[in-house]
Design a protein around this ligand. Structure first.
Ligand code: ASP
Ligand code: MG
Length: 432
C-alpha cells in the first residue's frame, strides 16, 4: 500500500484535479490510499465564516462564495454531467453546512471569548473543506474508471477532544485502519478526525500530512509521498531566499527539527509515526513529477548546511514578577502548566531573574486569556506583529550582518541553533 497526500494547492481547481489523475496513472501503484486537503484556500474561507465581527448577512454571503466556487469546479471537472454532480452530495452538504454555521454562530455569540467553545465549533465547520474536496475528487476519479473507495476519516482517525489540535488515539485508530482491506484503493480526508464519542476534531492547520502518516502507519505502508507545489524540502523557503537549495535526502531527525522550528514543508507531527515504522517519506513536485524531490528515510545522516526558518505573526509576551519575586522552578512550572491548559505552543522561551518571556503564534483570544490568567501575579507586556528567525547550523560570521540590519527583541543561541525574534520584516537575501 502506498499513501499519497495531495495538499490544497494540488486540488485547487478542476485543472489541478485532472492533473492529479495524470499523476495517479503515471505512478501506477498496485494499491494506494489518497489523503486530500480542502481545495485551495477553502480552510481559511471557512475559518472566516466564524469571525464574530462579521454580520450574519456577510457570513452568509461568504458561505455562498464557498458554495459557488465548489459548484463551479464541479461543473467544470464533471463536464456539467448532472448525475455526477449529484453524486458529489453537494446539495446535501451545503444545506448541512449552512445549518451548522447558523447554529455555531449562535453558540459563539452566547459564549464570546471562550476558546473551548470556539474550538469545538471551529472543527464542526472547518472540517467541511476536506469533505467537499474528497467528494469531488472521488466522483471524478470513479467517473474516469479508478476503482477507489471513499472513506470518512473521522471513522478511522480517532482522537482526544483537544479541538483544533487533537491528539491521536493510536490504539483505536490503528485497529480501525488495520481492519480495512489492503487490496483496495482508498481516498480520504486529511486534517480531520473524531473523538471516540463522535465529536469532530481537527489535527491542527496543515495537518493533512499528519493524517497521511497516520494512515501510512495503520496500513504499514511501503512508502508515503507528499505532493507539493515546490520541488522538495529546501534549506530555506525558495520564495523568500535566492540561495535556497533543495535537499535530495535528509534524515528523519533533521526533518523533524526543521518542522519543529516552523518550516512549513511538512506538518511537524508527520515524521514520528513514519520513523517508528521506518516508512520512507518522499516530498515531490506536483507540477514537475519527473523531478526526484526529497527523500526522508533511515539511510540519511544529519547534514550541516545552514537552514533558515521564518515564522511570521509572532506575539512576544513578557511576564514580569511583582515585588521582586524571583522566577524559580515553582513559578516556571506554574506558568508552563497554565500555558499548557490554555493550549499555547511556546515557540521560543527566555527566563531571567524577574521575567518569563515567550513567543507564540498570535491569536487574539488566547492573548486575552493569557492576560486574564497572569495579570494578578505578573505585569504582562506584549508585542505583536513580530517575526522569528531560526538558523540551524549557523555560521557565526554571518550574524554580525544580521545585528546591523535588525532590531532583536529576544535571542536564544546554542552551538547549532540561533533564534531571533525581531520587529522588522526579515529579508534573508539582505543578510545571508
Ligand atoms: N486544509 C487544512 C489546512 O489548510 C489542512 C491541510 O491543508 O493540511 O490547514
Ligand atoms: Mg490546506
Amino acid at each position: 500500500m502506498k499513501v499519497m497526500k495531495f495538499g490544497g494547492a494540488s486540488v485547487k481547481n478542476a485543472a489541478a484535479i485532472r492533473h492529479l489523475l495524470d499523476i495517479l496513472i503515471h505512478e501506477n501503484h498496485e494499491n494506494y490510499c489518497l489523503i486530500i486537503s480542502a481545495m485551495d484556500k477553502t480552510t481559511n474561507a471557512l475559518e472566516e465564516l466564524l469571525d464574530e465581527k462579521l454580520s450574519e448577512e456577510k457570513a452568509l454571503d461568504a458561505f455562498k462564495e464557498i458554495k459557488d466556487f465548489h459548484y463551479q469546479q464541479a461543473i467544470d471537472l464533471l463536464d456539467g454531467d448532472e448525475g455526477l454532480i449529484e453524486a458529489t452530495s453537494y446539495a446535501r452538504l451545503f444545506r448541512e453546512l449552512k445549518a451548522e454555521l447558523l447554529s455555531a454562530r449562535l453558540k459563539l455569540a452566547a459564549h464570546p471569548n471562550h476558546s473551548v467553545t470556539f474550538d469545538e465549533q471551529y472543527d464542526r465547520i472547518v472540517s467541511y473543506g476536506e469533505i467537499l474536496s474528497t467528494k469531488l475528487v472521488h466522483t471524478f476519479l470513479v467517473s474516469r474508471g479508478q476503482n477507489i473507495e471513499w472513506l470518512y476519516a473521522p471513522k478511522y482517525v480517532i482522537t482526544d477532544v483537544n479541538h483544533r489540535n487533537a491528539g491521536v488515539d493510536w490504539e483505536n485508530t490503528n485497529k480501525r485502519i488495520a481492519d480495512l482491506d489492503q487490496n483496495k484503493n482508498y481516498l480520504s480526508q486529511g486534517f480531520i478526525g473524531s473523538s471516540i464519542s463522535g465529536s469532530l476534531t481537527t489535527l491542527g492547520r496543515e495537518g493533512s500530512d499528519y493524517s497521511a502518516a497516520i494512515f501510512s502507519y495503520g496500513f504499514n505502508a511501503s512508502s508515503m509521498t507528499v505532493w507539493k507545489d515546490v520541488s522538495g524540502i529546501y534549506n530555506a523557503d525558495p520564495k523568500l531566499y535566492r540561495g535556497a537549495e533543495v535537499y535530495t535526502g535528509i534524515s528523519y531527525e533533521d526533518a523533524t527539527e526543521m518542522t519543529y522550528y516552523g518550516a512549513k514543508v511538512i506538518h511537524p507531527k508527520t515524521l514520528r509515526p513514519l520513523y517508528e515504522k521506518q516508512i520512507r517519506l518522499c516530498v515531490k513536485s506536483f507540477l514537475n513529477p519527473a523531478l526526484l524531490g526529497t527523500i526522508i528515510d533511515n539511510r540519511r545522516t544529519s547534514n550541516n548546511t545552514p537552514t533558515f526558518i521564518i515564522k511570521e505573526n509572532q506575539c512576544l509576551v513578557s511576564l514580569q514578577t511583582k515585588n521582586l519575586d524571583l522566577i524559580n522552578e515553582g513559578s516556571i512550572s506554574y506558568i508552563y502548566r497554565m500555558l499548557f491548559q490554555l493550549r499555547i505552543r511556546v515557540n521560543v522561551l527566555q527566563i531571567s531573574a524577574l521575567s518569563f518571556s515567550f513567543s507564540f503564534d498570535y491569536d487574539e483570544r488566547r492573548l486575552k486569556e493569557i492576560i486574564a490568567n497572569f495579570e494578578v501575579d505578573y505585569f504582562v507586556r506584549y508585542n505583536d506583529h513580530l517575526q522569528m528567525l531560526t538558523v540551524r547550523n549557523y555560521q557565526s560570521d554571518q550574524l554580525s550582518n544580521f545585528y546591523d540590519n535588525y532590531e532583536v527583541l529576544l535571542e536564544q543561541r546554542s552551538r547549532n541553533v540561533v533564534q531571533f525574534v525581531t520587529k522588522n520584516k526579515l529579508n534573508l537575501n539582505d543578510v545571508f
